[in-house]
Design a protein around this ligand. Structure first.
Ligand SMILES: Nc1nc2c(ncn2[C@@H]2O[C@H](COP(=O)(O)OP(=O)(O)OP(=O)(O)O)[C@@H](O)[C@H]2O)c(=O)[nH]1
Ligand SMILES: Nc1nc2c(ncn2[C@@H]2O[C@H](COP(=O)(O)OP(=O)(O)OP(=O)(O)O)[C@@H](O)[C@H]2O)c(=O)[nH]1
Ligand SMILES: [Mg+2]
Ligand SMILES: [Mg+2]
Lengths: 292, 278
């Protein structure tokens, strides 16, 4: 792991007395490798390593008796600071219902997350309902309905021939008349480069003005995470990210990439297929996971 | 003059960036760059277009010039088992492969062996209708191995050419789920000689280095005969298949390029190498 590799780097340099900037560069090479292996984006890694170097050179690393530990400490702190620091809660509307919209690539976990979030909010005292706006994927509406019935949470639908913007509007209307204070809107998976589908999202947003747009990202996503996050953020303006499938062993470098390019916080992490597998995001835990 | 060619370090750095951003991973990238550096040190100066074609050649060499054709059962239905982690496109790819086979005059049965996920069976039934394949299913929460077995028996009895088994998505880190998959494979093996004749790992092109761990664990558990690389219609390059081929020798069979029934292509290593670096 990174700690052991850094120990090796500095062990070999130890005998030459005081460390130099070049020695720190050798250590940073290992840091760069670790981040790339963890799927942190190439450019994000470059910027991050540069900021670590600036701190390492200026700090006690060169004087330290335990330079490997110093470097790890700086890396860990920088990662945690980068990914944390912002409110990771859903911003509820002053006047209900609050509309939370889930967007993202195909298969990232939106439908499952929609149900989990509804369940979580109900535990927190909210009165949530869900809306099935994926009219494309075979049995997508059925999927959300099955989850809704498992949770005993209402699922609003107009069937798969309806316009997703009409479904969203109809759901908000339903919430108003039945006293639901939160609407979780599940949308179809789509490519950020599919113009027609991105326009559809913009139409939905224009129609119902969601209070919270959450980008659902699979934790095993590689270098492409920055393209997806940047585009969804530019087109939709996302308010936060849900990182899914963290119950696997993906290092999850996409978390850093997405945060770095959008500046938006990761609000939740999904850790399983069961409907209670949704937790708040902990930047320090994510940092140790990324560093491996 | 030593006769050693100039290795343009800037160019190599740029190429390294291209390969890493295509998800080849640092290990596969460094080995390809090392091969390139070796070739250029043997005397011929390497400009960027030469470097690019050398890299493409190396990638094609790793992927295998021509993917082997699909296995066929000696008698009875040929069984294809679709496996992989959650959400990669197994069910959709099952439908596309079924459609391709039916269109070429073959008869196909689909086994709805994802008995766990909400509306998984209904989803496969839509693909059955779209492709012309018959879907064999049980109750939800029933034993996936039993569904697979029934589908095979139905296929054998009716003289069906292909049985495609769609399994539930599962993370390779869940040992109980991997055991469940091994059982499906065992049961198929007892039902028909050599079954499953093909076990395809469905990999999402947006996946990073974790795909290597997925391939390793699934290969150890059930033995993989091929990879289906999906969602290549996005901006992800799918470079992780280079590492998968290099480490496990599992060839890519098909690529998914969309959500429609016809959005499946046979894998073309040269075209793929060109898309990674050009
Ligand atoms: N292990 C695990 N599986 C998950 C998690 N979240 C979702 N899944 C699984 O991932 C697969 C895809 O989830 P969906 O909710 O259908 O994903 P989606 O984004 O709605 O997919 P599309 O609507 O097709 O774009 C399903 O098998 C889910 O059970 C998670 O946190 N952990
Ligand atoms: N753009 C694109 N989307 C795809 C492709 N293949 C599958 N999808 C989409 O990816 C999502 C997940 O596909 P599924 O077939 O449900 O994936 P799965 O592996 O069966 O999922 P689980 O059974 O839940 O593990 C769906 O929205 C599909 O339409 C592809 O090649 N390109
Ligand atoms: Mg969905
Ligand atoms: Mg499936």
């Amino acid at each position: 792991n990174l700690s052991a590799k850094l120990q090796d780097v500095f062990k070999n340099l130890r005998n030459r007395g005081r460390l130099t900037e070049k020695d720190v560069d050798l250590a940073l090479k290992e840091v760069r490798m670790a981040l790339l292996e963890a799927d942190v984006n190439f450019k994000v890694t470059k910027d991050f390593v540069a900021s670590v170097k600036a701190r390492a050179i200026g700090s006690a690393v060169l004087e330290s008796l335990t330079p490997a530990q110093q470097v790890i400490k700086i890396v860990f702190e920088e990662l945690t600071a980068l990914m944390g620091g912002q409110s990771a809660k859903i911003a509820f509307a002053n006047k209900p219902p609050t509309l939370v919209m889930l967007v993202g690539l195909q298969g990232s976990g939106k439908t499952t997350t929609c149900a989990k979030l509804a369940s979580l909010l109900r535990k927190q005292g909210k009165r949530p309902m869900m809306a099935a706006a994926d009219v494309y994927r075979p049995a997508a509406i059925k999927q959300l309905q099955v989850l809704g019935s498992q949770l005993n949470i209402e699922v609003f639908t107009l069937g798969d021939k309806a316009d997703p913007a009409d479904i969203a509007a109809g759901a908000v209307e339903r919430a108003r008349s039945f006293g639901y204070d939160t609407v979780l809107l599940d949308t179809a998976g789509r490519l950020h480069i599919d113009e027609e589908m991105m326009v559809e999202l913009e139409r939905i947003r224009a129609r119902v003005s969601p209070h919270e747009v959450l980008l659902v990202v699979d934790a095993m996503t590689g270098q492409d995470a920055v393209n997806v996050a940047t585009t969804f953020n530019e087109r939709m303006g996302i308010d936060g990210v849900v990182l899914t499938k963290l119950d696997g062993d993906a290092r999850g470098g996409a978390a850093l990439s997405v945060r770095a390019v959008t500046g938006k916080p990761i609000k939740f992490v999904a850790t399983g297929e069961k409907l209670d597998a949704l937790e708040p995001f902990h930047p320090d835990r994510m940092s140790s996971r990324i560093l491996g | 003059f030593t006769g050693k060619a100039q290795v343009d370090e800037d160019m190599l750095e740029e190429l390294e960036a291209v390969l890493i951003q295509a998800d080849l991973g640092i290990k596969a990238t460094q080995s390809i760059i090392a091969t390139l550096r070796e070739q250029s040190e043997r005397g011929k100066p390497v400009d960027s277009s030469t470097a690019i074609s050398l890299i493409q050649e190396e990638i094609v060499r790793i992927l295998g010039e021509k993917p082997p054709t699909m296995a066929r059962a000696e008698s009875g239905p040929t069984v294809i088992m679709m496996v992989g982690v959650n959400g990669t496109g197994k069910t959709t790819s099952t439908g596309k492969i079924a459609s391709m086979l039916c269109a070429s005059g073959k008869s196909v049965v689909l086994a709805a062996a994802d008995t766990f996920r909400a509306a998984a069976i209904e989803q496969l039934e839509v693909w059955g209708r779209r492709s012309g394949a018959t879907v064999i299913k049980h109750q939800e929460s029933s034993d996936p191995a039993a569904v697979a077995f029934d589908a095979f028996e139905a296929g054998r009895a009716r003289g069906i050419d292909y049985v495609i088994v769609d399994t539930a998505g599962r993370l390779h880190t869940k040992s109980n789920l991997m055991e469940e998959l091994k059982k499906v494979k065992r049961v198929l093996g007892r039902a028909g000689t050599g079954a499953p004749h093909e076990t395809l790992l469905v990999v999402d092109a947006t996946t990073g280095q974790n795909a290597i761990a997925q391939a390793r664990v699934f290969n150890e558990a059930v033995g993989l005969t091929g990879v289906v690389l999906t969602k290549l219609d996005g901006t992800a390059r799918g470079g992780i298949v280079v590492a998968i081929c290099s480490e496990f020798g599992v060839p890519v069979r098909y690529v998914g390029v969309g959500e429609g029934v016809d959005d499946l292509r046979p894998f073309d290593p040269r075209e793929f190498a060109a898309s990674l670096v050009s």
